[in-house]
Design a protein around this ligand. Structure first.
Ligand SMILES: [Fe+2]
Length: 470
């Protein structure tokens, strides 16, 4: 038994406040709604995030926690809530033992034989009538979309042997799902296309110049875009008990553009200044021979580096800003342009614009009171209009009330871009509980049309998605 002084949860900010895990699973029908839920909102908002079930062994990283999915079902103007842990095999072992058995990322180097718990804590995707919980290190985990019960690992009928990114892309026109998986061992990158029925129809290992942590990617109507940033797997350092990732800016960043059904040798690489990208906003094929990708760009990423906190650039390295890369396939040239000054993360577009030119973007950001904490705590959400001078509208919630990723839901299938609602979770520090906010997107700074009061707090987490009709 660890001594009280040694408890990670007493000292780690990612196990405290509204980062602390919520320990109960449950259901709450007919939630209190302030305002009126639009009748068009018929479906479920799923939010995934880390929710550590047991006191960690050693140091805890925010990416380590067991996945917990929170589902808010909206129908006929009423709201119902349900939440469940992802019951991974590792978590079942830990439950049987009554304590943690799997150390986290920061203790990776101390493990004699590395073993992973498939936390599925990062995102969900609903495709071909299947809900998958996702974490980039592993196979996806199938969940029951109604009950959130864990069905087990899912490997596309034996066709997926390795990891799947937590950020697959759904083509809004042909129903394909495109994704990749990365690995510290060759092949460093594998690319897949899944057809609308859920079958893998294209699989291709992609040659990379170095093994990296590639969190997300982007697609256009004709291409996929890989971001090879200079965060490099460093297995020698792991053997010495250090971080598995080294920041090596001298390598620069390379952006690879590949036809959607292309082979590894078809990738066109474009070199730009060193940076890191967790999340692109969207990408599209522009006029002529250009491909555009908008991203939240960090100047550097000192990730899981024990020296990070002592580096004077550490705080700034935690700030990402919207940025546009334009690759010209005819000339091989690349443009790199800042789009906006706001700190931001969790960028999203209207899902019907994925791979197509977008006008609007939505993201989590920091309100005018700033964010003095060193935690990725966003206290506002923002909407940017890229056709009106990159104008940004802000919805600040106050320094103690963190906001999650904003998700756009169209009013109807054929509604114009931005004609609908933005849904996001916000923590109410005074009530110590969370709310799902429903904001009329064209009245972004106005009163929400509905605030769904959840019965308790939802810990700060990662990604949310709306699934219509489920
Ligand atoms: Fe992500």
């Amino acid at each position: 038994m660890a001594t009280r002084e040694a408890r990670e949860s007493d000292v780690n900010p990612f196990l405290q406040g509204n980062f602390a895990p919520w320990r109960m699973e449950g259901e709450a029908p007919d939630l209190e709604v302030i305002g009126t839920l639009p009748r068009e909102l018929h479906g479920t908002y799923f939010r995934n995030g880390p929710n550590q079930a047991f006191e960690p062994i050693g140091r805890y990283h925010w990416f380590d926690g067991d996945g917990m999915v929170h589902a808010i079902h909206l129908e006929d103007g009423r709201a119902h809530y349900r939440n469940r842990w992802v019951a991974s095999e590792g978590l079942k072992e830990e439950r049987a033992a009554g304590h943690a058995l799997y150390p986290g990322l920061l203790e990776f180097g101390k493990m004699e034989a590395p073993k992973f718990k498939v936390t599925a804590n990062t995102n969900t995707v609903f495709h071909a009538n299947r809900l998958l919980g996702l974490v980039e290190s592993s196979l996806p985990t199938e969940l029951d979309a109604r009950t959130l019960e864990t069905r087990g690992l899912y490997d596309f009928g034996g066709k997926l042997a390795g990891a799947m990114t937590a950020h697959p892309k759904l083509d809004p026109v042909n129903g394909e799902m495109l994704f990749f998986g990365y690995s510290p061992f060759p092949p460093y990158l594998q690319y897949y296309v899944v057809d609308a029925s859920g079958a893998i129809v294209h699989a291709e290992p992609i040659d990379l110049a170095w093994p990296t942590m590639m969190h997300d990617f982007a697609v256009t109507e004709r291409h996929v875009i890989f971001l090879l940033c200079p965060i490099v797997f460093d297995l020698e350092n792991v053997a010495k008990g250090g971080s598995p990732f080294a920041w090596q800016p001298e390598r620069g960043t390379r952006i690879g553009v590949l036809p959607r059904r292309g082979r590894s040798e078809d990738v066109r690489w474009f070199e730009t200044d060193p940076c890191y990208v967790f999340h692109p906003l969207n990408a599209y094929d522009a006029d002529g021979d250009s491909v555009v990708v908008d991203v939240h760009r960090y100047q550097q990423l000192l990730f899981m580096n024990r020296e990070s906190a002592r580096d004077p650039n550490w705080r700034d390295s935690q700030i990402a800003r919207l940025h546009r890369f334009t690759m010209n396939l005819a000339t091989g040239g690349i443009r790199s342009d800042a789009l906006d000054d706001h700190e931001g993360e969790f960028p999203r577009v209207d899902e019907r614009r994925v791979g197509r030119k977008h006008r609007f973007g939505y993201f989590a950001t920091t309100g005018p009171e700033g964010n003095p904490s060193l935690q990725p705590l966003f206290t506002a959400v923002a909407k940017i209009d890229l056709e009106r001078g990159n104008t940004v509208e802000l919805r600040p919630h106050g320094a103690h009330n963190g906001c999650g990723e904003p998700v756009f839901v169209p009013r109807r299938d054929d509604a114009a871009e931005d004609d609908g609602w933005v849904l996001y979770l916000a923590y109410d520090h005074e009530r110590n509980a969370s709310e799902l906010l429903v904001v009329e997107s064209r009245d972004f700074t106005g009163e929400p049309v509905a605030r769904v009061r959840l019965p308790h707090r939802v810990p700060y987490g990662f990604h949310g998605n709306w699934v219509a009709g489920v």
